[in-house]
Design a protein around this ligand. Structure first.
Ligand SMILES: Nc1ncnc2c1ncn2[C@@H]1O[C@H](COP(=O)(O)OP(=O)(O)OP(=O)(O)O)[C@@H](O)[C@H]1O
Ligand SMILES: [Mg+2]
Length: 315
């Protein structure tokens, strides 16, 4: 096996009669970021906790870098950084103090600790705050220190459970940019998220889970290409009400148009076949009709469409 890896084989977790995770078999390998998507209660945190040996599986097994978590917990987790349910950092500590303690616990040799803490604070863009007390930090800054704590022993496998949830838009953007940079350093990142745009922006691959079952795992490109079926769509807005029928009539001459879907306000989503030239023809036709076209936006990400399709169908 080459490069960092995460593997689960028939991994199952039951709480009494309830199956939280149902025979999950997944093999992630190489330096990349894999997004782990699914609705509330799908089994994401359960999976990540099983990988981190925070709970025991009912059936099945998992390995990190080819080492079984059940058989050799210490060796398997040695090379993994985990952030699940962000812990509170003691408020009167500084990042330097807190991270040196974590480095000690994670077995970083005393002579390397200072340097390693410095490197990891740079990675989470918190170098300027190394000697300030954590108690006064914003939620986003605390989360960056938590990410630094997961990285302090320079692990190859990084497991993050919704790292940007609960942060304001700026905090989310910061965490996202940090995760994006982590990829560059030969790591396998497995990150659960609810935010589809975040996964699209940060991840190379995506796994979707629902009711404890894996629905698919593939590259982001394959997932969106496979399910979007060659369609594209744009969202268009008008200055005044335009009826659906009127819009359909006006667009009748554009053969690429497949579907017109009303959205909120005076907005519509237009689905069409083909790429940019079809989009050009569509928009130029509309602009020439003087219907009061005032805005054009890319539709929600293709991943969102796939997600809604798969989750609502429940297959
Ligand atoms: N200790 C427990 N006892 C009983 N049921 C549990 C326990 N922990 C989790 N569950 C159940 O297992 C299911 C999966 O939970 P999990 O936390 O893995 O979901 P999730 O995908 O992380 O959801 P979310 O997006 O809300 O974080 C849920 O229905 C949850 O209620
Ligand atoms: Mg969860």
């Amino acid at each position: 096996m080459s490069g960092p890896s995460i593997e689960t084989r028939g991994l199952t977790k039951r709480w009494g009669n309830f199956t939280a995770l149902d025979h999950l078999t997944l093999h992630l390998e190489g330096s990349k970021c894999v997004g782990f998507l699914g609705p509330n209660g799908a089994g994401k945190t359960t999976t990540l906790k099983l990988l981190a040996d925070m709970i025991f599986p009912t059936e099945g097994d998992c390995s990190l870098n080819g080492i079984s978590v059940r058989e050799s917990r210490k060796r398997a987790l040695e090379n993994a950084g985990v952030l699940i349910e962000s812990p509170e950092i003691y408020p009167s500590l500084t990042p330097n103090e807190a991270l040196e303690m974590v480095a000690d616990l994670r077995g970083v040799p005393a002579r390397d600790r200072r340097n390693r803490v410095k490197e990891v604070l740079a990675e989470v863009k918190m170098s300027d705050w190394a000697d300030k007390k954590v108690g006064r930090f914003s939620k986003g800054m605390k989360q960056r220190i938590n990410i630094a704590a997961a990285l302090v022993h320079d692990p190859e496998v990084v497991i993050l459970d919704e790292p940007s949830t609960g942060l304001d838009p700026r905090g989310m953007a910061e965490v996202r940019s940090i995760v994006r940079d982590l990829k560059k350093s030969h790591r396998l990142i497995f990150m659960s998220s609810h935010i589809l745009s975040e996964v699209t922006e940060v991840c190379d691959e995506v796994a979707l889970i629902d009711r404890g079952k894996l629905l698919f795992y593939d590259t982001l490109e394959n997932v969106t290409a496979r399910f979007s079926d060659g369609h594209s769509s744009v969202d268009i807005g008008f200055a005044r009400p335009v009826t659906e029928d009127a819009l359909r009539t006006e667009l009748g001459s554009v053969s690429a148009v497949r579907e017109v879907i009303p959205l909120a306000g005076n907005k519509y989503r237009v689905r069409f076949d083909g790429g940019l030239s079809a989009q050009e023809q569509l928009l130029e036709t509309l602009a020439g009709r003087h219907l009061g076209l005032v805005s054009v936006a890319e539709s929600e990400s293709a991943l969102e469409e796939v997600y809604l399709q798969k989750i609502s169908r429940g297959d």
